[in-house]
Ligand binder design. Sequence first.
Ligand SMILES: Nc1ncnc2c1ncn2[C@@H]1O[C@H](COP(=O)(O)OP(=O)(O)OP(=O)(O)O)[C@@H](O)[C@H]1O
Ligand SMILES: [Mg+2]
Length: 586
Amino acid sequence: MISLLSSRQRRAIRLAWRFMRPYRWQAAGALVALIVTAGITLSMGQGVRMLVDQGFMTRSPELLRRSIEVFLLLVMALAAGTFTRFYLVSWIGERCVADIRQIVFNHLLELHPGFYEDNRSSEIQSRLTTDTTLLQSVMGSSLSLFLRNALMVLGGVVLLFITNPKLTSIVVVALPLILAPILLFGRRVRGLSRQSQDRVAEVGSYVAEALGQIKTVQAYNHQAEDRRRFSLTVEQAFDTARQRILQRAWLITLVIVLVLGAVGVMLWVGGMDVIAGKISNGDLAAFVFYSLIVGSAFGTLSEVIGELQRAAGAAERIGELLQARSEIQAPVTGVLRLPERVSGRLDLQDVQFAYPSRPDVPAIRGLNLSVKPGETLALVGPSGAGKSTLFDLLLRFYDPQHGRILIDGHALVDLDPSDLRRHFALVAQTPALFYGTVEDNLRYGRASATHEQLREAARIAHADEFIMALPNGYQTHLGEAGLGLSGGQRQRMAIARALLVDAPILLLDEATSALDAMSEHLIQQALPTLMQGRTTLVIAHRLATVQNADRIAVIEQGRVAAIGTHQELIAGNELYARLAALQFPA
Ligand SMILES: Nc1ncnc2c1ncn2[C@@H]1O[C@H](COP(=O)(O)OP(=O)(O)OP(=O)(O)O)[C@@H](O)[C@H]1O
Ligand SMILES: [Mg+2]
């Protein structure tokens, strides 16, 4: 049967083996139980022959009783073996899938952000669910079904030969006839399986996206359009599934016709031999028993092969995910370790960077910038100038195509990304909060913080007040992505979270843009003390926010157009002067 497997299926089996290896003793136990139960089932044929020839034919109650005793013993052994096999095999399936889920998730967490621009994360997520479920069904049952039935076919054919070589030759002639359609249809099923899985993943990601943005969907009365598009996706999934089912239905039907047809021919030939007195009744009964076992095992095999093929597709995709390498990694040799606390000096030298999805349009074009330790540098400039991109590069979510970025004089590419990132605290442009309590969200970057430190950070970010007003204070549960807070409250949470990390470099991307002027002013007042001994980069559109920065850099089209203090820039930079005139009318 092994030759029936394509290279893809062999890869899938290798993957399955990789996950099964830690449980090889359980697997060995399952295998023993499997062989024992298959052996018992096969030996039942001999029981049938004994029963017919010795029990019924000799009309001896004594022999009949002994036959039944043996039979009952076999049944007990079969029951015990089946219990062991079922429990162990299902256990292995569940255990391996639990491992796969963890390994894949752990792997996905480390991949570079650019990976999720080429691959929709919602699709990956839905794949992870459907594909692992499929693998679970295969490792937890189909694989064992496959082995058991393959054993039954092999053992059955051997016993058939022993019982009656002449009749067996019919089976042997029928075999290729049965294998041919399995191969033919199997190949089609395989192709359709992968398509089918892809479609299911599309359905899943569509749901995730629409439900995640439900307010926008309803505000634009977009439901009708969504219904239409979703139904299109679902119908496509159904259509692919229908084709696959049709192929499998044909496969099963053909196998039944061929197998039972062969059994009919055998019965006819064998019956003639019994009538002619060449073989005993028991022989024929045993023979029919074996051929039925072989036949039904064959039928199951052909179905299970379809299942294995579906799983091969799933395993392949999981394998692909596991093979994706993070492009942002520590160098293989000569990794530099940063000191416990860096001084916070940052240098960008002639940096050029284009996002992988838009390789021809650089977002940063030849940017030079030096930030002194402890300095507060503001970044202003038109939307789309590349300010947020700069933060992405500093955190090494991407590597620039040209130029170098240094922290305390060490090139970022020579560092371990996690060693680098622990020196940064980021407040992103869209504050990202997580499902959980307010406290969980604040502790995100520093789980060990005391409650006092937590409240202190919240007070500086002007979050303590509104948090205490929430129904359960710091223990209040937030919905997905911080649902249940206002935009400004979310920003203050994000600021508090970043402050709690106590990193030497603070990156604020429009951190106070959603706040009222009063709250922003209060935070501004608190920040200078906080920024002491910290390098701070502040992106802001409101110049009032950045007036007091040590220096202000005007970013335009991915370059530093001008740099200086507020007063210097008003005098020396046209764009800044225009912005200032708009925002501070005389
Ligand atoms: N993930 C991405 N893939 C491709 N292009 C991107 C990506 N993110 C941003 N860009 C592009 O890079 C350029 C710089 O974007 P960036 O987010 O850095 O602007 P910004 O200065 O922060 O603007 P804003 O003030 O509006 O936040 C823009 O032209 C933008 O379209
Ligand atoms: Mg931005």
